[in-house]
Design a protein around this ligand. Structure first.
Ligand code: PGA
Length: 255
C-alpha cells in the first residue's frame, strides 16, 4: 500500500527551543511506530539543526522539512537560506509558495525559480496552490490551472518525480471547517489533469497530491478516504501534540 504523507507546517510556532523539542520528540516516537504513514515536520528554520544533522538519518518514517528557501545556492542575499544549505543539513522536503508567503509578495515566477533550485538539490518541493475564493462560473479552475502551470514553469521534466503538490483553498486555511472531501476529490483529479497536460500521464499519476486547510484529528481520516488524496498538509493541529498524534494514528489506521 502506498504510504500517506503527513506534513506538519509549524509556521512561526513555538517560540522556544524547549517547546519545539517537546513536540518533535513526541511526534518522532509515534511516527516511528506507524506502518503506512510518512511524517514530515517543517519547523521554523532555526530549529532544524537541533532535530537533524547530515550525519544522522532520522528514520525511514519521519524527516524534517523547511517552510521556505531561496532560489540561489549561495551569494549576497542577506537573510536568505538556500536549498543547498538545507540539503546539507539533511532536509528532505521544502514547502514552496504557501499562500501566507504569496501574501508577502511571492509571485508564481519567484516560486518557479525556487521549485527549480529545490529540485536540483534532490529535495522534494511541496508546491502549494489554491484558489482565494470560489465563483459560481468556475473561473477559479482557470486560476488554479494557471497557478500550477506558472509555479512549475522552470521545473525540469527529468526531476519531476520529486514533486509534491499541496492543494490548499485559501478560504479553508485557518478556518473552522475544511473543504468537503467529495470536492477535494474533484479538485485532486483536476490537478492531476493539469499535471498530465504538462508532464504526461505517468508523471501525473505518480505526483502525490496533499490537501491542506483546517485539517485536524477528527477529519483527517475522512479527508484521505473520501477525498482520495495522498496525504495532508497540517497547520494548527501539527503543534497540538495530542491532536497531531491522534491524527497520525487515525491516518495510519486506513487500510
Ligand atoms: P491550518 O493551516 O491547518 O491551520 O488551516 C494549513 C496551512 O496553512 O498549511
Amino acid at each position: 500500500m502506498k504510504r500517506k504523507i503527513i506534513v506538519g507546517n509549524w509556521k512561526m510556532e513555538p517560540t522556544t527551543l524547549s517547546g519545539a523539542r517537546r513536540i518533535w520528540t513526541k511526534v518522532r516516537k509515534v511516527s516511528n511506530q506507524l506502518n503506512s504513514t510518512y511524517t514530515v515536520i517543517c519547523p521554523p528554520i532555526l530549529y532544524i539543526s537541533k532535530f537533524i544533522s547530515k550525519e544522522k538519518v532520522v528514520s525511514p518514517l519521519i524527516s524534517v522539512g523547511a517552510q521556505n528557501a531561496y532560489s540561489e545556492d549561495h551569494g549576497a542575499f542577506t537573510g536568505e537560506v538556500s536549498p543547498a544549505m538545507l540539503q546539507d543539513m539533511g532536509v528532505t522536503h521544502i514547502i514552496v509558495g504557501h499562500s501566507e508567503r504569496r501574501d508577502m509578495g511571492e509571485t508564481d515566477e519567484i516560486i518557479s525559480k525556487k521549485v527549480q533550485a529545490i529540485l536540483e538539490t534532490g529535495i522534494h518541493p511541496i508546491v502549494c496552490v489554491g484558489e482565494r475564493e470560489r465563483d459560481e462560473h468556475g473561473l477559479y479552475l482557470e486560476t488554479l490551472k494557471n497557478q500550477i502551470k506558472n509555479s512549475l514553469a522552470k521545473a525540469p521534466k527529468k526531476l519531476i518525480n520529486q514533486l509534491i503538490i499541496a492543494y490548499e483553498p485559501i478560504w479553508a486555511i485557518g478556518a473552522k471547517d475544511p473543504m468537503d472531501p467529495m470536492i477535494i476529490h474533484e479538485m485532486s483529479l483536476f490537478i492531476k489533469k493539469v499535471i498530465s497536460d504538462i508532464y504526461g500521464h505517468d508523471n501525473a499519476i505518480n505526483t502525490p497530491i496533499l490537501y491542506g486547510g483546517s485539517v485536524n484529528f477528527r477529519n483527517a481520516k475522512e479527508i484521505i478516504e473520501k477525498g482520495q488524496v495522498d496525504g495532508l498538509l497540517v497547520g494548527r493541529e501539527s503543534v497540538n501534540i495530542p491532536g497531531f498524534i491522534e491524527l497520525l494514528k487515525s491516518v495510519d489506521s486506513i487500510s
